[in-house]
Design a protein around this ligand. Sequence first.
Ligand code: SLL
Length: 257
Amino acid sequence: MADRGGGRVRGLSIYRPIIYGNTATILTQKERETLASPDHTHKWTVAVRSAASIPDSDQVGGADDMAYFIKRVTFKLHDTYPNPSRNVDKPPFEVSETGWGEFEIQIRITFVQESGEKSMTLYHHLKLHPWTATGEPEIPPLDVAIKSGPVHSWQYDEVVFSDPTQAFLNTLMAHPPTPLPKVKRRPVPFHQVNPASLEASKGGTPEFNTLMEQEEAERLLEAKKKIAVQQERMKNILLEKERELERLQQMVGEQGR
Ligand code: SLL
């Protein structure tokens, strides 16, 4: 019988680069007065997007429409929001709100039916206040915050599909992702990578490029190495404990005799 796409292609992995995170802007006094909740200080957008950006756009990521593999994104907001669980069933996969506080957002990505994939859950800490050189949280005065422009907090990730169904693989291959730019075209406010670049990045819209992809790969490799060292250490501790146990058992045995 012909394969109608239900079978899985074993041993093959295919991925799609995504970003998730948020952009936040402080509200002016005037904007605050027009809001239903006068205690809100920021407007923000949390989103899941393709990693590549549209050239000359001031949006982070989002060059590709990901509806061919993503069916739904559920953003679980803080309980202080009405209907905190927000389902978004078509692009753009994002939620915009106003508020006063930072909190953890759970992001669940459900893939299209034909993929046969389980959903994937990500966590993002909604960031409202500007990055500081020390990493310590600091809430700047209103005028300073307005001048420093929107705050960006985005994470690059790769959705990996292992042993995809033939049908899904066909769909994926029909939609190759826009390659990331090789070089920096925009300032990248990535404080974690280089705090010294903080000053230069003010007001810039970040863009993901292959350098960051490389850095992510290097971070993963480093983490793997650390785990290997830790495993080795744990193994040695375990061996030592087993020897000790044996010694003690022997002692107990000798005393019992
Ligand atoms: C904090 N743990 O205390 C956090 C909670 C919650 C923020 C922040 C909701 C606004 C509304 C809003 O901004 N919640 O719907 O009124 O900082």
